[in-house]
Ligand binder design. Structure first.
Ligand code: SAM
Length: 247
């Protein structure tokens, strides 16, 4: 990236962070994730298209097909039986989760998010299947204890770790590890990788693979699967599905 672009980007982040700091003064108990999800929510309510959330997904792909490749990649990592309990962190509007809802037995999907704003679209998006499969949704941290005692076999996230800012990463990864407390549980995270820790957009961070491994300790990285590259603001970021287990 050119020096000019770097300077422009830095100035944009600074402006964004000043607006967040002002908002935080009025909302001292809230986090960056609350700030950024509120902004997205207000865009969705105005009818804006989003890459992953809400009724109006950007691009030509049908909503049901949009999350299928990620679902298939996760299934390639973990050959779970249909009675395995699957918990999704940062489920959004269940774009990927719906395929687990469809595949798994009744009562085997639990979607968690920091806001209920996005899974509120699920009844419209998914319809009858949601009720038939008794899919469950909840907001963290309120539902954290319940989610832990749900005893998930698989915990996964897609398009979430990139949005977790450095100040919130310890809390985020510790939540994932607490939920995956069963000895045999697997964790699959769609992860944005770069040779060093970088912020590539207002709400986008990439980390080295061994940094993810440290955040996930004592879980151990057992597989890493390529999921293409993501180009943003001059950065070329490797996207991978990282699978962690206890050893
Ligand atoms: C880009 S959306 C992806 C939604 C969904 N996983 C998908 O792939 O369609 C990011 C989601 O992560 C959630 N999120 C952001 N920060 C989070 C955090 N710290 N913990 C859990 N979820 C978070 C957002 O509310 C949002 O639903």
């Amino acid at each position: 990236m050119s020096g000019q672009n770097k300077t422009t980007l830095k100035a944009d982040f600074e402006k964004f962070d000043i607006a967040f700091a002002d908002w935080k003064k009025k909302n001292p108990c809230k986090q960056f994730s609350d700030y950024s999800t509120q902004r997205i929510d207000s865009g969705l309510k105005k009818g804006r298209a989003h890459c992953t959330l809400g009724l109006n997904i950007a691009g030509d792909v049908n909503w049901w097909d949009h999350g299928r490749p990620a679902f298939k990649s996760i299934m390639e990592q973990v050959a779970i039986p249909t009675d395995a309990k699957v918990l999704e962190i940062g489920c959004g509007s269940a774009r990927v989760g719906v395929h687990f809802i469809e595949r798994q037995d009744t009562g085997c999907y639990y979607g968690l998010d920091v806001t209920d704003a996005f899974f509120a679209y699920c009844p419209d998006l998914i319809g009858e299947l949601l009720i038939e499969k008794k899919a469950k949704f909840g907001v963290i941290p309120e539902k954290l204890e319940e989610a832990i005692s749900w005893n998930a076999d698989l915990v996964f996230s897609t398009a979430v770790t990139l949005h977790v800012c450095p100040e919130e990463e310890d809390a985020h990864f510790s939540t994932i590890k607490k939920i995956a407390h069963q000895q045999e549980a697997s964790i699959v995270l769609q992860s944005y990788l770069y040779e060093k820790n970088i912020r590539f957009s207002r709400s986008g961070w990439a980390r080295p693979q061994d940094y993810f491994s440290r955040l996930m300790h004592p879980f151990v990285l057992v597989n890493s699967m390529d999921d293409g590259v993501w180009e943003s603001n001059g950065y070329v970021i490797d996207v991978k599905f990282l699978t962690f287990r206890r050893v």
